[in-house]
Write a protein that binds this ligand. Sequence first.
Ligand SMILES: Cc1cc2nc3c(=O)[nH]c(=O)nc-3n(C[C@H](O)[C@H](O)[C@H](O)COP(=O)(O)O)c2cc1C
Length: 297
Amino acid sequence: MPTASFLLTPNHSLQSPVLAASGTLGFADTTEGLVDFAEVGAFVTPTLTVNPRLGNPMPRTVEVTGGLIHATGLPNLGVEAFVEQDLPRLRKLPCPIIVSICGETPEDWEQLGAMLERTEGVFALELNLTPLALHEEGFVQGAIPSESESLSRIRQALKAVRAQTRLPLIAKLPSVGIEIGLAAKTAVDTGADVIAVGQAFPAVAVRLSSRELRLPYVVGGLSGPAIKPLALYQVWRVRQSISAPIIGSGGIMSADDAEEFMIAGADAVAIGIASLVKPSTLANCAKRLRYSPQMSQ
Ligand SMILES: Cc1cc2nc3c(=O)[nH]c(=O)nc-3n(C[C@H](O)[C@H](O)[C@H](O)COP(=O)(O)O)c2cc1C
């Protein structure tokens, strides 16, 4: 019978190529009985920072045609409190824990890498490399950093974390502002073991009746079916540029969608908002990929 494990590195394998994407299930504290984590390759935490963050004012999410625009501002208690308060509970899940991190400076990235390297129960780190992630006010007047700024940020972050840890490093690339193949190659050349693509795309929602922009800081990230073809392009393009494993996400709502990502070149998939709509999606995708012809080759 075919099995479908997913190798992050030759020494780090996951039981399934289907991951719970960062942020959408929170810290798994409200999903009791809804998601079958025994079927899931890994649970990726919401992004953690060195210092606690309150997050953005409400509303933080707006439903739009084809998806959800979100601008959480990365609320979290800070990495130390996470290790003390959330990780002991997460470690009881029947799947490995991947911790998502984001730093503003190289020192932040170093601190996050060093702290998590010596923490039991952390399987891998995912570096959230989207610059907008740390700007509560969206893209600083809507601006997207230049390609050279983005590349330098990718290099700085990976170099800093790699120097502190031997844990597998997943580079979750920004969805705009950079040629995705070049970004992936840069990340791998600087120490990433795995590339994740399909981060949310910058977006704005308008309420016509009141002629208002709906999010307090205007710009958010669009996730859901609307971004699936864009994310599939990213997977395909990254596959042309590197041979390292790829985790694809972006609008996977069904097992058919998950299989499309594998055909485009992904080695694993991450499921975000589908888990909010239908929590069984993770397990359904895992079951399908276990038996898909691609996985049994
Ligand atoms: C409410 C919400 C919170 C999110 N929080 C994070 C986060 O903390 N870190 C991160 O890297 N991505 C975050 N994401 C992005 C998802 O991990 C995923 O990459 C994106 O939503 C695309 O996948 P999907 O269309 O399946 O949701 C968040 C998405 C949503 C909808």
